[in-house]
Design a protein around this ligand. Structure first.
Ligand SMILES: [Ca+2]
Ligand SMILES: [Ca+2]
Length: 285
């Protein structure tokens, strides 16, 4: 019995000693435990963050890598004229120039000595040669007829001994008619004599026309008629009775009637016309 009472007393003394100590420990640890389990948003919303003091200047950093190349600058101003270069070497030989004009004919030389008499010739087989020449003459004559047919029937041209004539069935003013003929290497028809005038008149009549322009006029000087090639009207003319009358002071070009008679008319009216062409030597067929 005595020992049980002693144990109880020891337990009481231990509780008296350790219990306050335990309470003290819990009080110390309680705020920290609460803070550890508090949500982060709660801490941010309820705590004021006060910045600390400015730190000291840091140490300088290392040198950076080289930067990118800059953009191309604006065009600079023109530089001063350079000094003259040194004289070059002699150039290559130039091209040969055009052939110069033909020189004057020299004086006739003295007559040479008489030559040695030649040997006797071989007798010619003339009959055979004459036959060949005769056949060629026939061929040429056939060609002549064919060309004549082409000119008259196909192209519609007529011809005199030295001229070709072509009727143009297009109404044109006198100047335009002349230009039309010129562009084809000819002129408006210029009858200088009765033969050519009658040829043209018959040409107009056969074509069923009554009048055409011819290459004659007094545009340069009133009353002074000249042909379109610049030559003056000569002794021959075929003016109709009462013509040229320069009606209303405005008739400076000439038409030919189908009868062959001439009349001065207004140059600005449109008429059919006849071009004439000079025969070339090779056209003499
Ligand atoms: Ca006139
Ligand atoms: Ca007239």
């Amino acid at each position: 019995m005595v020992s049980e009472r002693g144990g109880d007393r020891a337990l009481d003394r231990a509780l008296v000693f350790f219990l306050p100590l335990l309470v003290l420990v819990l009080l110390v640890l309680w705020p920290g435990t609460v803070a550890m389990h508090r949500p982060i948003y709660e801490a941010c919303s309820t705590h004021i963050i006060v910045p600390g003091k400015k730190g000291e200047i840091g140490i300088p950093g290392e040198t950076g890598v080289p930067g990118k190349p800059g953009q191309i600058g604006p065009l600079g101003t023109k530089g001063c004229r350079g000094e003259n270069g040194e004289k070059g070497e002699v150039g290559r030989l130039g091209k040969i120039g055009p052939v110069g004009a033909k020189g004057d004919e020299g004086r006739k030389g003295e007559q040479g000595l008489l030559g040695v008499k030649g040997e006797q010739g071989i007798p010619c087989d003339c009959d055979k040669m004459r036959k060949v020449v005769g056949e060629l003459d026939i061929t040429v004559e056939k060609l002549r007829e064919q060309v004549h047919f082409l000119k008259s029937a196909v192209v519609g041209m007529i011809e005199s001994e030295r001229r070709l004539y072509l009727l143009v069935r297009e109404e044109k003013r006198h100047a335009e008619a002349q230009k039309h003929c010129e562009e084809r290497g000819g002129w408006l028809a210029m009858p200088h004599d009765e033969v050519s005038n009658e040829l043209l008149a018959s040409y107009v009549t056969r074509a069923g026309l009554t009048r055409i322009f011819i290459g004659l006029g007094d545009e340069r000087k009133e009353g002074k008629f000249s042909y379109v090639d610049g030559s003056s009207l000569g002794a021959y003319s075929r003016w109709r009775p009462g013509e040229p009358n320069n009606l209303l002071g405005n008739e400076h070009c000439v038409e030919m009637m189908s009868s062959g008679g001439w009349n001065d008319v207004d140059c600005s009216q449109g008429l059919y016309f006849v071009c004439e062409f000079k025969k070339l030597d090779t056209w003499g067929v």
